[in-house]
Write a protein that binds this ligand. Structure first.
Ligand SMILES: Cc1cc2nc3c(=O)[nH]c(=O)nc-3n(C[C@H](O)[C@H](O)[C@H](O)COP(=O)(O)OP(=O)(O)OC[C@H]3O[C@@H](n4cnc5c(N)ncnc54)[C@H](O)[C@@H]3O)c2cc1C
Length: 400
């Protein structure tokens, strides 16, 4: 559609499913970077070796993509959530792990700091995040529960002289081994009326004395490792409190729609890759003297795969579009995560069936997509909590 036609459509309030030139250009460029920096064999090798792709991170920084969530005044390029969706989707199309790392560092790192951090923290860290010289990881979930994260939170932060002291244990802190800083959420006040009160968020240097990591062995998303993190009398300078003391949980709430939308974008990339591989395989693999794609049972599976990816993409981009305009997108963001995570699991499972026995072989990527996308039904938020949220938003009573 021409610019004039787009403008005309906007004026009459018509629908427009075009991304526009700039965003299409961004997509093509990220796709080209992925082809150049992350060949298929490399993505497979990273998964096998559980190795973080530092050179890809550097390439993302050099191309300016790590600066997308960061405002220009802090050294970024001031992109919107639609841009972040595009980058996440394209990275996840080759590797869910790389997509997840971009999403975690940009969403919980850059966005949290930009949203709630002091001017000093923003000036000091945001330009370095944009340049890829720093990476942040998010340390919220604890061993006793991630869904009832506040009820389960035992990590404590206590003020002492010119610093805070953190004691406790987290679990699943992803990329903690390569992150320079951890965004740590801890209880800073005991006697509170609501569980959400009395929580604070800190920016903690990963090599601070008292921090110890223990690696977890995961089924998928293996190129980015996840860790138990033990905090034993960890000292944090007072000026590394992010946002207001005791109000931290409300700050993290502000990130939730971004988190849902970007999780959906990860699922889109993984599901799209599974669909493309299955389509290609169905054209090449033969049985009974014909390509298996000639059998209706296989054709229908692949038609459903394409349909599910398209449906998930529509709600994901709608949620991102609403968010980029500053409109309420809470229901759509939750729907996007729900639909995209479930469809991605269905699509990759169908892909496994199309591949027959070779689907089960680690020489093909289908099993990796299948393993990777299973995470998104539970993390960073479970399907059940998303459904609870949608229920409540429709006026139904809270169920828990
Ligand atoms: C690979 C991976 C990476 C992760 N990365 C990070 C990270 O970087 N940082 C971080 O802080 N966390 C991270 N997480 C943690 C993730 O956010 C949690 O696993 C998730 O929130 C679920 O918490 P849980 O595992 O403790 O499950 P639980 O809270 O124990 O839930 C178990 C089951 O009970 C259900 N359930 C619980 N309460 C209700 C209810 N009220 N209604 C209906 N169903 C309910 C849940 O939906 C789930 O199905 C990661 C997890 C994984 C697996």
């Amino acid at each position: 559609m021409s610019n004039q036609a787009m403008q005309a459509a906007e004026e009459v309030g018509g629908l427009n499913f075009e991304l526009g030139k700039e965003k299409e250009f961004l997509r093509q460029n990220v796709r080209a970077l992925v082809e150049r920096e992350v060949p298929r064999e490399y993505a497979r090798e990273l998964d096998e070796k559980e190795e973080f792709p530092h050179k890809v991170w550097k390439a993302l920084a050099e191309s300016g993509y790590l600066g997308i969530p960061i405002a220009e005044e802090y050294g970024g390029v001031g992109g919107d959530i639609v841009d972040m969706v595009i980058v996440t989707e394209e990275l996840a199309h080759r590797s869910g792990s790389i997509g997840l790392t971009f999403f975690m560092s940009s969403c919980f790192g850059a966005k949290t700091l930009q949203f709630a951090g002091s001017e000093m923290l923003k000036r000091k860290y945001l330009p370095l995040l944009a340049e890829g010289k720093l990476m942040f990881s998010f340390s919220l979930t604890e061993p006793d529960g991630g869904t009832d994260v506040l009820g389960a939170m035992k990590t404590r932060a206590v003020e002492k002289d010119d610093h805070w002291v953190i004691n406790g244990q987290k679990v699943w802190t992803t990329s903690a081994n390569v992150a320079d800083y951890l965004v740590v959420v801890a209880r800073s006040k005991e006697d509170v009326v609501k569980k959400a009160d009395g929580i604070s968020v800190f920016l903690v240097k990963t090599d601070t004395p008292g921090i110890r990591l223990r690696k977890l062995d995961k089924v998928g998303i293996r190129a980015t490792q996840s860790f138990e993190v033990f905090y034993d009398n960890v000292k944090v300078p007072k000026d590394h409190l992010i946002g207001e003391k005791d109000k931290g949980f409300y700050q993290t709430l502000a990130m939730l729609n971004n988190e849902r939308i970007l999780t959906a974008a990860l699922c889109l990339g993984e599901a799209q890759a599974a669909f493309e591989d299955a389509l290609q395989y169905a054209k090449e693999r033969r049985a009974f003297g014909k390509p298996i794609g000639q059998f209706q049972a296989i054709q229908h599976k692949i038609s459903w795969m394409r349909t599910k990816v398209e449906l998930a993409r529509l709600i994901t981009y709608k949620a991102a579009w609403l968010q980029s305009l500053g409109r309420d997108c809470a229901i759509e963001a939750n729907m996007a995560k729900l639909v995209a995570a479930n469809f991605a699991c269905e699509v990759t499972d169908a892909g496994m069936q199309v591949f027959g026995g070779y689907g089960y072989s680690r020489e093909y990527d289908m099993q990796r997509y299948w393993r990777d996308c299973r995470l998104h039904k539970v993390g960073p938020v479970s399907d059940e909590m998303v459904l609870n949220f949608i229920g409540e938003r429709m006026g139904l009573p809270r169920s828990y």
